[in-house]
Write a protein that binds this ligand. Structure first.
Ligand SMILES: [Zn+2]
Length: 223
């Protein structure tokens, strides 16, 4: 049997100002989470399996909610020592990559899939793992968002309808620097240099010679 369950990981990037403490924020988030959990319960949208079956009993479920409301919620927060760009990079790893790249899949046979994973014991080393096909797919599917979910949702100032008006006004009021697209006016080579963090015109073999563009090939139907 293929058993799927929902694991929700939420990262929040907030424009923070002094009026709201982190404690307030955690309180708001926990209250919202429990509120919607209860709504789903009332609408019969939750399933309970195994030793969670007892929560089908409304009294026991209510008791669980009460306990959760009474608990201190733990949020993981971290100061961005390396600046906002590092945070965005980190998030980009979640939001703009698929669960596993083809490159990591070493072999596939009728029953199993073998792929490489990072080996925590070896620092930067890797090892291979072999899983039954169904288990591989189960893990892969955990990375596919349920219907109606998006990887990035913008609220408030960054919501689409506010971006052009309120965000602009806000930047003006806080005298924030004007935003200019990073790659505007750059050549393809210059953009590649930035993205790859090295000079792409240097010969990769002798590290001395310079390569130069001879011909451009544009994507299109194969001639
Ligand atoms: Zn060379």
């Amino acid at each position: 049997m293929l058993c799927l369950f929902l694991f929700v990981l939420v990262h929040l990037v907030l424009s923070f100002c002094g009026h709201l403490s982190l404690a307030d924020l955690v309180q708001m988030l926990s209250a919202a989470t429990l509120y919607y959990l209860n709504q789903y319960y009332q609408q019969n949208l939750l399933n309970f399996y195994g030793n969670a079956q007892e929560y089908r009993n409304p009294k026991i479920f209510k008791n669980l909610l009460d306990q959760c409301y009474g608990k201190d919620w733990y949020t993981y927060t971290k100061e961005t020592f390396s600046g906002p760009l590092a945070v965005i990079r980190y998030l980009g790893r979640y939001t703009h990559r698929i669960a596993i790249s083809n490159r990591r899949i070493v072999s596939i046979d009728e029953h199993t899939v073998t792929f490489t994973v990072r080996d925590r014991n070896k620092g930067r080393g890797t090892k291979t793992i072999t899983l039954k096909g169904v288990e591989f797919i189960r893990r892969f599917l955990m990375h596919i968002l349920p219907r109606g979910f998006v990887k990035i949702r913008y609220y408030g100032l960054l919501a689409n309808r506010n971006k052009k008006t309120k965000l602009k006004l806000c930047r003006k009021l806080t005298s924030s620097p004007a935003y200019k697209p990073k790659f505007e006016g750059l050549t393809t080579i210059e953009i590649l240099n930035i993205l790859l963090g090295k000079d792409v015109t240097v010969c990769p073999v002798c590290k001395k010679g310079k390569t130069k563009a001879v011909r451009s090939v544009y994507p299109g139907p194969f001639p």
